[in-house]
Write a protein that binds this ligand. Sequence first.
Ligand code: TYD
Ligand code: MG
Length: 472
Amino acid sequence: MAKSRIQFICQNCGSVHQRWAGKCDACGEWNTLVEEGTSGGIGSGPASTRNARKGRAVVLTSLSGDIEDAPRIVSGIGELDRATGGGFVRGSALLVGGDPGIGKSTLLTQAAAALAAKGHRIVYVSGEEAVAQIRLRAQRLGVADTPVELAAETNVEDILATIADGKRPDLVILDSIQTLWTDMTDSAPGTVTQVRAAAQAMIRYAKSTGAAIVLVGHVTKEGQIAGPRVVEHMVDAVLYFEGEGGHHYRILRTVKNRFGPTDEIGVFEMSDKGLREVANPSELFLGERHAKSPGAAVFAGMEGTRPVLVEIQALVAPSTLGTPRRAVVGWDGARLSMILAVLEAHCGVRFGTHDVYLNVAGGYRISEPAADLAVAAALVSSLTGLALPADCVYFGEISLSGAVRPVAHAQQRLKEAEKLGFGRAVLPLGSEELAGGNGVGGIGAGAFQPTELADLVARIAGSRRSRADEQE
Ligand code: TYD
Ligand code: MG
C-alpha cells in the first residue's frame, strides 16, 4: 500500500531528506529544504515499485549504423538559430533561462511569430501573463497578425489535452516552467517536485510526438534556474539569456546542447519594437570608442566559434588609501591581481601606491585567459599616460613567469580585426596558425610578437621617446 509520507526536498539540488534541517547535506545550501508530500507519482521512490510489473526486453543494438541528421525547424532569426545550433530540433526539449525582465518572453514571441508565418503550428502557453498582456506585446512587436495559437494555462494535463487537439504542433512554448503544475503530485507549484514532474510530462510528450518544446525558466539572484537545477539535466539543450542592467544588448548563450556546439552566442539589442539581431557584435562593443586616450586596449576575443572585439579600459590613479583599491567589471578579479603581480615582479612596473580600476566596455563579460595581454597593455598605458596605437589589437595569455603564451584561433582573431579596420596586432610568438602563413594579410605579417611581457612594456614605454622625437 502506497501511503502518503512527508518528505523534505532540497529546492536547489532535489535530494530527499527524511527530516528537516537548516542545511542540505547533499549540496551544502542553506534554507532550501521544503516539506513536500509524496503519494505515488514521480519522486515517490520505492513505494511505487513495490507492485512493479515484469520488465519487457528491448532490442540491443550497435554503435555503428545509419544515423539521420536531427530534423530542425529554422526560425530565420539568425542569432537564435546560431545559439540553438541551427534551429529547434523536433522531439527535443530546450530550456531558456534568464533574469526576470531580460526579454525571454519577447524573444520567444518573436520566434513563435517567425515560425508561424512560415506555416508551422506554434502553440504559446503562458502561465505568467494574461492573454491580453501577450496580445499587447505582440502588437508592440508588430506580429499580432501571425497565426500563433495562444493559451493562458498552468495545468499540465489541460495543456496536453489542448495541444493533442488537431494537427500536432511543431513547437510548444511553455512560459514559464515554474508556474506549471500537474495532478500527479500534490506539492505546491514552483517546488522541485512539481517542476520536475511537469517538465518530465512535457518532455515525454515531446519525445513521443516529435514536437519541439521550449521551457522558460527564471534564474535566481545566485544565477541558477530557480530551484530546479534538475530540469537542466532533463532537457536536451540549455540557453541562457543574459544582459547587463543599463545596456540594451542581450546575449543568448548556449551552455548545453545535445544536438550542436556549446559556447555559441547570439547577440541581440532590445529596442522599443522588440529584439533586434546584432550580426556583428564587435561593432557594438567598440561603438563608444575614443581613439588616443590612455588606458584603452582592444582585445581580440573568441566566443565559441565567433571572434568578438571588445575594448578593455584601465584607470590607474594615485591612491590615498593604505591598501589601494582594485575594482573589476567584466573580468576576473583574481586574474587582475595576477597580472599586476607579474607586471611588478618581472617588468619593474609598480602599482603599490595606485588604485586600479578595470572595465570591459559595453558591459560585456570576458572569461578567456587570452585577454591577459590586452589587460596588461591597458594597465601600463594608463599608468604611464601613454595612449596605445588606436589601430592595434591585443591577445595572448601571460604566465606567472612573465612569458607570453600562445592561444588558439589566432588567425580568426586577426581576420576579424582586419575586417574592422585594425592594422596592427600584438600577439604571442608561436601561434601555429600563423606559421603556415595561409591567408593572413598585412596585419599578421606586421604583428609584434613578444615572448616576454617585459618586451611589450618596453615597447609601450619606448613610444614616449619616439613621440618626443617626432615633435622635435
Ligand atoms: P520580457 O520578454 O517580458 O521579459 P521576461 O519574459 O524575460 O521576464 O521583457 C520585458 C522587458 O523588455 C520590459 O522591461 C520591457 C522590455 N521591452 C522592450 O524594451 N521593447 C519591447 O518591444 C518589448 C516587447 C519589451
Ligand atoms: Mg516573461
